[in-house]
Design a protein around this ligand. Structure first.
Ligand code: 5CA
Ligand code: ZN
Length: 409
C-alpha cells in the first residue's frame, strides 16, 4: 500500500538528546539505544470510523518519537499496518450494506488525508493485512509444525503455553487477561481450546466471508496478532526498538504478538520497548467505534479548523495520560496557535537558544509535549511583553516547532 506524503522537516542546529520512553513490559523508563537506523512498528487502524481524536492522539505520540530520533541525526525505519480484513470491519460493512473492500479503501484514504493534514510523518512501509497474507501462511504453518499451534474445527490456534515468556509484556494476572481477551477480539469461552487465552492464528473460511488460499491450512483468513508479527518481522526483524499503540493494545495484541514472534524465532524480545498511549475520551467514556462517541479529524477540518490547532490540542496532553476531548481543549489550542504565530511573525525577538534545548529536553524525557509547549509559551509571552533584538530568533522558533512538534507556524 502507499502511505502519504511527508512534510518537510527543517534542519536544526546541534543535535537532539537520546530518547527515554516508558516501557510497559518493565513499567519503567528505558533509554533507547537504537543504532544508526532506529526501528519502530506502530499498529495501524482497522479502517472504519477513522480518523477519530483517539487515533490522532496515538499516532501523534509516535510521530514525536520519529521526530526526536531524526533530530539525533538517525534514520528512522517506521512500519505501520492497516487491518484491512478483520471481524469488526466485516461486521460494519455488512451492517451498512457497503462492500468491505470499498469501506476499507475509503477509510484508509481518509486516514491518509488526515495524517497529511496533521503533518504526521509517514511510515516507510505501509502494509495491509490482505497483502501480508502470503507471508502469514508460512508462519502459521511453522508454528503448527513446531507444536506451538493446534487445530480446532479447521481453525488454527496459538498455544500461549509454548512461550515461556508469555505475560511479560502486559504483566497481568490470569483473570484480567481472560476478561480483556473476551473484550478485545478473543474467544476465551470457546469449547475445545487448550487454554482459554489462546488466540486464533488462522480462521477457516466462513460462508459469505472473504477467504484466501492458506496452503496446508486450507482457505481462510489470518488472525489479528499474527498479521502485525508477519509485517514487523518482514520489514524490521526481531529486537526492533519500539512497538507502539494505544494502551488497549498492550493485552492481548502486543502480548500475543510478542509470543508468536518469540516462539517463531527462538529469540527474545520481539521489541526492546512496548510503548502505549493513553485513551482519549468523549463525554466521560473512551472514544470508541463501538460506542460511537467520536470526534473526527476530517469533520473538524471541514468545519474550517486549522489542522495545526488540532495537533496543538493533542500535544497539550501527555501521551500516556487518559484525557477528555472537549470544545475548550480545541479553543485553547486555537488561541495558542494564534499567539505563537503572532510571536514568530515579528522580524526579531528574545533569544531562542535556550528554548531549542528546552524543547529537546522535554521531548527526550518520555515525550513530555506539554512541557515543550510551555517552553514555547514562555518565549512567546516574552516576545509579546518585551520583544527582543535577536533577528534569528523568530525563524529558529518556527523551525524548531515545525521540526520537533510538527506544527507549521
Ligand atoms: N488495527 C488494530 C491494530 S493492529 C487497531 O487497534 N485498530 S484501531 O483502529 O482500533 O486503533 C488504531 C490505534 O488507535 C490503536 O493504537 C488504538 O490503541 C488507538 N486508539 C483507539 N481508540 C483510541 C482512543 N480512544 N484513544 C487513544 N487511542 C486510541
Ligand atoms: Zn497491530
Amino acid at each position: 500500500m502507499h502511505a502519504w506524503p511527508a512534510s518537510e522537516v527543517p534542519a536544526l542546529p546541534g543535535r537532539g538528546r537520546e530518547l527515554r520512553l516508558h516501557d510497559t513490559a518493565t513499567d519503567g523508563p528505558v533509554t533507547l539505544d537504537p543504532g544508526p537506523v532506529a526501528r519502530i512498528y506502530v499498529c495501524g487502524i482497522t479502517p472504519y470510523d477513522a480518523t477519530h481524536m483517539g487515533h490522532a492522539a496515538t499516532y501523534t505520540a509516535f510521530d514525536l518519537v520519529q521526530r526526536v530520533w531524526l533530530d539525533t541525526k538517525r534514520q528512522v525505519h517506521y512500519v505501520q499496518n492497516v487491518t484491512d480484513v478483520d471481524d469488526p470491519l466485516l461486521v460494519r460493512a455488512a451492517e451498512t450494506g457497503v462492500d468491505w473492500t470499498e469501506l476499507a479503501e475509503r477509510e484508509t484514504a481518509l486516514f491518509r488525508e488526515d495524517m497529511t493534514a496533521l503533518r504526521l510523518l509517514p511510515p516507510r512501509h505501509y502494509i495491509g493485512a490482505v497483502e501480508a497474507i502470503p507471508g502469514i501462511v508460512p508462519l502459521v504453518e511453522r508454528l503448527r509444525d513446531a507444536g506451538a499451534a493446534y487445530e480446532l474445527d479447521g481453525d488454527v490456534y496459538f498455544s500461549v503455553e509454548s512461550d515461556p515468556d508469555f505475560g511479560k509484556v502486559s504483566r497481568l494476572d490470569a483473570a484480567v487477561m481472560r476478561r480483556l481477551s473476551a473484550e478485545r477480539g478473543g474467544d476465551p469461552d470457546r469449547p475445545g481450546k487448550k487454554n482459554p487465552l489462546d488466540p486464533m492464528l488462522w480462521m477457516a473460511a466462513r460462508d459469505g466471508e472473504p477467504s484466501w488460499d492458506g496452503g496446508s491450512l486450507g482457505p481462510g483468513r489470518p488472525g489479528w496478532h499474527i498479521e502485525c508479527v508477519a509485517i514487523a518481522l518482514d520489514h524490521l526483524g526481531m529486537g526492533f526498538d519500539v512497538q507502539g499503540g494505544g494502551s488497549d493494545l498492550a493485552f492481548p495484541h502486543h502480548e500475543m504478538g510478542a509470543s508468536h514472534a518469540q516462539v517463531l524465532t527462538g529469540k527474545f524480545p520481539f521489541a526492546k520497548a512496548y510503548v502505549h498511549a493513553g485513551m482519549v475520551a468523549l463525554h466521560g467514556e473512551k472514544m470508541s467505534k463501538s460506542k460511537g462517541n467520536l470526534v473526527f479529524v476530517s469533520k473538524l477540518r471541514q468545519d474550517g479548523v486549522d489542522p495545526a490547532a488540532i495537533r496543538l490540542a493533542l500535544l497539550a496532553h501527555h501521551y500516556r495520560a487518559n484525557w477528555e476531548w472537549t470544545d475548550a481543549v480545541l479553543a485553547e489550542a486555537v488561541a495558542r496557535l494564534d499567539r505563537w504565530r503572532a510571536a514568530v511573525s515579528r522580524p526579531d525577538g528574545p533569544s531562542s537558544d535556550a528554548l531549542l534545548e528546552q524543547i529537546r529536553e522535554a521531548l527526550a524525557d518520555d515525550l513530555n509535549a506539554p512541557a515543550a509547549l510551555a517552553a514555547v509559551d514562555r518565549w512567546a509571552q516574552l516576545q509579546h511583553a518585551e520583544g527582543g533584538t535577536d533577528t534569528g530568533a523568530p525563524g529558529l522558533v518556527s523551525r524548531a516547532v515545525d521540526a520537533l512538534l510538527g506544527v507549521a507556524l
